[in-house]
Structure formats: C-alpha cells, structure tokens
Write a protein that binds this ligand. Structure first.
Ligand SMILES: [Zn+2]
Length: 435
C-alpha cells in the first residue's frame, strides 16, 4: 500500500468512527437554520456544515488557524447567508452534530431544496494544493451541479484543478455516504488544502468571494434545471449540443469530436489510408446486444444523461459505473458490445468517421436510413456542419437511431432525414443486398 493509500484508509476509518460517535450524542444536535429569501425566490439551497463540534475535521494552518467545522459554520452563517440574501436565494443550513451524516441529510431531504452543498476543506501535506468536488449518483443532476461549483471555485481561488470525483453509493470511498444521501442534486466541496500555508492564505482571504461563487454556481445550475423541463427537441440540427448544460469549453468539444484516448487500442499507423479494396468492408453486428445496452442506459436509476466528453469504459454498468455519456462514447461502447472489434473501434465522432471511411465501409444515400431491412448503418455529422462545432454520430437500424444526444442522453429517434440527419454521412456497417 502506498503512503497516500494508507493515509486515505486511515482517514476513512477515522471519519467513520467519528460519524458513529456523532450520531450517539443526540443532545449535541444543532437545529437547522433556515433563512428565507427576502425578495422573489431564486430557489432553495441547502448547506451542510462538514464534521461537528466534537469531531471538527482537519486543522487549517495559519492564517485560518481553525478546524474545518468552525471555519465552515461561520462561513455558512455569515458570508454565504449574506450572499444568498442579496441574490434572492433561500438557504437552509444543516449540521451533523448529534445525528451524523445520515441525520443531517434526513433533515435536508425534508427541507426539499433545489440543491445541496456540503462544506469542507482538504488536508494532507503542507505542499498539497488544489480544488476538487465530490458527487454521487443519488440524483442524476449531481454531476452537473458539481461541474458548476468546481468551475466557480477554480475561478475564485486560482488553485490547481483536481477535477470532479465520482463516489458510488456504498463503495466505501471517502465521502461516498455524504454525496449519496440527498434526493436533490448535491456535491461535497474541497476548495483548498488547509494543511498548506499558501492555500490557507488564499482560502482565508477569499471567503466572501467563495460565498458568492457558491451562490453563482447554484443559480447557473438552477437556471439550467428550469430550462431542462422545456427541452424535448422535435427538430434537432445540433444533436451533440445540450442547451441545458453550461456551454462546452474547447476541451469538451474536442473530447466529443476527437475522443479522450483517440485511437484507443488501434495500431499506431491506423490513420494511413488503406490500399483500395475490391469489395466493401462489412462486419458482423449483434443488434440485440446493442439494443439491450441502450435500454439499460435508458432505464437505469439514475437514467444515463448526455455529457460532453463523458465516456464509458469497457464493461461498465449504466447508472452504477457511469451516469452520462456523449454521442461517440455511446457508439463506441455499442460497437464494442455488438461486434468483435473490442477496443479497436476508436473514440470521438470525427475519428470514428475517418476510421469508417478509411476502412472502406460503403457510403450510402441518406434516405437508406429509413429502410427496415435489418442492415446496421452508422451516421456522422461533421463538426463543421454543426452550429456549435460539435460533430455527432449515431447507429441507424430499421428506421431508428441509437444515439446519445443533448438534453436527453441515450435513446432512439426516427430516421426521417430532418435536422442534422439531412447533413449526415451514412455508411453500411453490415452487409447489404448490394455490397
Ligand atoms: Zn472534511
């Protein structure tokens, strides 16, 4: 076991002990503090103060010179409450004292907020530095909330980006109970390392800005959530764009178009154009396997949604191991499950298009997508043909797509040649009567 893994193990068992002890001191309970918005309400936000008076968490070195609990309690009751009041957000503050994580989240769920944040700060060595956000799978929008707050924290503190950490329910990882207990979207915030004097200086100086960042992240998330109820595009010329998400950055767009690990397990020289072949390439494709995986994505709890640059590792279970996927990530896994290509089908819609073209699969007239002839086809939209520069890919079978698209995630739509389909390039993957 590495030193870091050993420390992690130690912290998990210590935090479990402390949480158990907390829940056995009911006389220490602190009543929730609800502060209604003074103006028209822009939503309800729950704040959970990490740790308790008796087990106050990690020590923040000078200038914080406090444990997590008193630091975050003062922040919630002071700066965050003030920022919320200014911007029309009702806030409820919840404490783990006397009833532990479970008790605190029971109260949060009864409060029925639009979202919840649990406040912490990190601690390891005096040189550890940076920002991260944990989220779980108890609500399908937690990842989007986590993304929103991580981005705002990075802007506020300017520290290293350690990204989002997904914790499965019951996986025993640090924080997995905390981020899987809320019915609403929730996230656990680790804005900086209290063990690092430089982080502590920034964390202490930016308290008001951090409070504002928390409210900003909540408002931008909640606005998107309100939009989401209106999004069921009938006409869709930009299927890989999701109006309910924050606009994608260039990295996310690249991940959809070009993939995360690009060529995957392919041999290094695969992009070079193969010699002309006398016949069209075809492969065997087991549609029942593809359909059963698509159905699993649509019926998992939480349902799998769309996410820029969100991918599936081979064999992962929908709703348990991943909760969002982009177009090329879904198609790659469908191909992996339904053919013998294993890892040899690349990631990224643009790269997949090149692969299909260069491997000499037959290009078809788009109208053939309507046919109910059992042939498995694949359709691509080039990034340049998308209003937002995000290409798209879908499997097409018997007049319907199998795709992951913006606002919805994995599902099937009719192939009628409208919207993006009218700009697409269609190829046959399996043999046709004319191949
Ligand atoms: Zn903590």
């Amino acid at each position: 076991m590495t030193d870091e893994a050993a420390i992690e193990q130690y912290l998990i068992s210590r935090e479990d002990e402390e949480d158990k002890a907390d829940s056995q001191r009911p006389w220490e309970q602190v009543a929730p503090l609800v502060r209604p918005a003074l103006m028209a309400s822009n939503g309800k936000l729950a704040i959970i103060v990490g740790h308790s008076r008796s087990s106050p968490g990690a020590w923040g070195v000078a200038p914080i010179s406090q444990y997590e609990y008193p630091f975050n309690k003062a922040l919630a009751e002071g700066e965050i409450s003030a920022a919320a009041a200014r911007r029309g957000v009702e806030i409820g503050i919840f404490y783990r004292d006397g009833h532990g994580v479970e008790g605190a989240y029971r109260q949060v769920n009864a409060y029925q907020p639009d979202a919840a944040f649990e406040l912490h700060f990190n601690a390891l060595s005096s040189s550890s530095s940076g920002t991260l956000t944990l989220y779980g799978s108890s609500n399908r929008d937690s990842q989007r909330l986590a993304k929103s707050i991580q981005r705002e924290m990075l802007k506020t503190f300017g520290l290293a980006d350690h990204g989002l950490v997904f914790r499965k329910k019951g996986d025993g990882g640090r924080g997995s109970d905390n981020v899987n207990s809320a019915n609403c979207p929730s996230a656990l915030l680790e804005p900086f390392f209290g063990s690092n004097p430089e982080d502590s200086k920034v964390g202490n100086a930016k308290r008001a800005a951090y409070a504002d960042a928390i409210i900003t992240a909540f408002l931008s998330f909640n606005k998107a959530a309100a939009l989401k109820t209106f999004s069921a595009p009938l006409f869709d010329d930009d299927p890989s764009y999701d109006a309910t998400l924050d606009p994608p950055d260039i990295e996310s767009i690249n991940a959809v178009n070009m993939g995360v690990d690009g060529a995957g397990d392919l041999e290094a020289d695969w992009v070079s154009s193969p010699a002309p072949m006398a016949t069209w390439t075809t492969i065997a494709f087991d549609m029942s396997k593809a359909l059963s995986f698509l159905n699993a994505c649509m019926n998992s709890k939480p349902r799998v949604v769309y996410g820029y640059g969100a991918k599936i590792r081979a064999g992962e279970v929908p709703g348990r191991d991943f909760i969002s996927v982009d177009c090329s990530g879904l198609v790659r896994e469908l191909v992996r499950r339904a053919t013998d290509l294993n890892g040899k089908f690349p990631d990224g819609s643009f790269i997949q298009h090149e692969w299909v073209r260069d491997r000499h699969f037959k290009q078809l007239d788009r109208s053939e997508g309507k046919l109910t002839d059992g042939v498995v086809r694949i359709a691509f939209m080039k990034p340049n043909d998308s209003p937002n520069g995000i290409g798209h890919v879908a499997i097409v079978h018997d007049g319907y797509t199998l795709e992951s698209h913006g606002g919805v995630g994995p599902n099937r739509r009719i192939w009628d040649g409208a919207g993006w389909q009218g700009k697409s390039y269609l190829y046959a993957l399996t043999s046709t009567a004319t191949s």
